[in-house]
Design a protein. Structure first.
Length: 503
């Protein structure tokens, strides 16, 4: 074993990308295969101080004839005062094509979920892409997510194994359509994690749980990698549409790339101040996907959304079991509806997903129920983009929200009822599967109607009369009974709005 030292982040070159600097350390070199067939190992050590760049690159010179690249790492976790972040170090790798933002060199990322990984032509650790280990300068990417006041000391071990490279299988992807029921309401969960990022379930386990939850479609959304895309083909079927995407996990918030073309990688190495997000939002759309900011008011470090909503096709207002940050996200989204009717601009639909990682996370809690022309990627995306959808806590609640005028005009969720400002409008909500829940009609003025609890059967119909001058839009909330106090209970279902009046 040969050892190098990067102590105190010495032996470095700094390059700047936007407002955030990245750091490149000294190169790790290996002898050629002429020294014999055995593996070659190098170990480097160093310490990253508080305030380190978001990404630190360790170049590795890979000679010809390498069959496998294997990397393992450890780092210290000193005690820190209460309320002070400790050490957390992410890891990934870029091949000889380089580390250019949005470039072709990406070969895998596991964040902080793994302590080692390998890449070779015929296989790779989940989160990483199989393929030849070609000669040239590779870069191990370290991401000091948080650094303790004492600094972050790490040890990185790189092993190259020489030999015949093996064959790389051509990837096979799931089809973009399932059998479907024609124009109908379809249920889906578009934010899920498997062993290909920081989840603990295999794709097969996720597909089985999705079917058990009564879902019609799901979306693969691993953190900062598309390695799972080629592992879903055998799990799709007439009863389950599997779309492909990524959870683009930046230091200033996360965004779900929903339903991109197979094999699409979306870079995440930028902050809001770098003014780079628009470029990658456009990439998501060019690849046939939707841009969906995830859990925008989550409290974990780096999870709070700071890029604004100008590029959003929808926004995730309900993420997993209902928590106070979901209540804030819902209120914030409702504020965007008020702005849209005030300014006459477009509005952003809401959706909900489980963000499931492992047991006991429940797939389909919540789920987005979409009115689509068929069970295809394009039809589901069009329904989400148009706001023809509602969010439910499970497959049990079903609802139909309509608004009608006096001359037979009517509109449903995501639609517009084109009536005069003083024309009487009847808002009607038909519900099943929501025992003892209360119906609330929310408008640009706030909550203007609250029903008595539904019966224990969970079924009922609620009507409310208004005008477009009194309510520019109406959306419905089904809330469970609150445990105590004036705050509403957790929702059983939330709808996108029906807009009232002519534009």
């Amino acid at each position: 074993m040969c050892e190098d030292d990067h102590a105190g982040i010495g032996r470095r070159a700094v390059f700047v990308t936007g407002a955030a600097a990245a750091l490149t350390l000294g190169t790790v070199s290996f002898a050629s295969a002429a020294g014999g067939p055995g593996p070659r190992t190098r170990t480097v050590r160093g310490t990253l101080p508080p305030g380190s760049p978001d990404f630190v690159y360790v170049p590795v010179e890979v000679p010809p004839g390498v069959r496998e690249l294997r990397v393992s790492y450890t780092y210290d976790r000193p005690a820190v005062p209460a309320g002070t972040p400790g050490n957390a170090l992410d890891i990934g790798v870029f091949d000889e094509r380089g580390t250019e933002l949005g470039g072709r060199g990406f070969r895998g990322w596991s964040g902080g979920a793994r302590t080692e990984f390998f890449v070779r032509a015929d296989d790779a650790t989940p989160g990483y892409l199989p393929g030849p280990v070609r000669p040239g300068t590779w870069h191990i990417a370290l991401g000091p997510y948080t650094v303790a006041p004492q600094g972050l000391s790490y040890e990185l071990t790189v092993t190259l194994t020489f030999g015949e490279p093996g064959e790389t299988a051509r990837p096979v992807y799931p089809p973009s359509r399932a059998k479907g029921r024609g124009r109908a309401w379809y249920r889906g969960d578009c934010h899920l994690h498997s062993v290909h990022s920081d989840g603990r379930r295999t794709p097969a386990e996720i597909a089985a749980l999705a079917r058990a939850a009564g879902l019609d479609f799901i979306n693969s959304s691993e953190h900062n990698t598309h390695s799972a895309h080629a592992h879903w083909a055998d799990l799709a079927g007439d009863d389950l549409l599997i779309m492909l995407g990524e959870e683009v996990t930046t230091r200033n918030g996360h965004v779900v790339a929903l339903g991109t073309d197979p094999g699409t990688f979306v870079d995440w190495r930028y902050r809001a101040r770098d003014n780079r997000f628009g470029r990658f939002a456009r990439q998501i759309r060019r690849a046939g996907g939707l841009v969906v900011p995830a859990h925008p008011h989550a409290t974990c470090i780096g999870c709070n959304w700071k890029f604004g909503f100008g590029e959003a096709d929808a926004v995730e207002v309900w993420n997993g079991p209902w928590t106070p940050d979901d209540e804030v996200a819902l209120a914030d989204w409702d504020g965007t509806l008020v702005a849209s009717v005030r300014d006459g601009g477009d509005w952003i639909p809401a959706m909900g997903n489980s963000d499931s990682h492992r047991d006991p996370d429940v797939i389909g809690l919540p789920q987005t129920v979409v009115l689509a022309d068929d069970l295809t990627r394009e039809a589901i995306q069009e329904g989400i983009r148009a706001g023809r959808s509602y969010i439910a806590e499970s497959a049990k609640p079903t609802l139909a929200l309509t608004a009608s005028g006096g001359r037979g005009e009517h509109a449903g969720i995501g639609g517009r009822l084109p009536v005069g400002p003083d024309t009487p409008v009847t808002v009607r909500l038909e519900v099943s599967g929501a025992p003892r829940c209360t119906v609330r009609f929310v408008t640009d003025q706030g909550v203007l109607f609250t029903s008595a609890p539904l019966p224990v059967s969970g079924a009922g119909t609620v009507e409310w009369r208004t005008t477009a001058s009194y309510a520019a839009y109406v959306r419905a909330e089904l809330r469970h009974e609150a445990a105590a106090g004036p705050l509403p209970g957790a929702p059983a279902a939330l709808t996108n709005p029906v807009f009232l009046g002519r534009r």
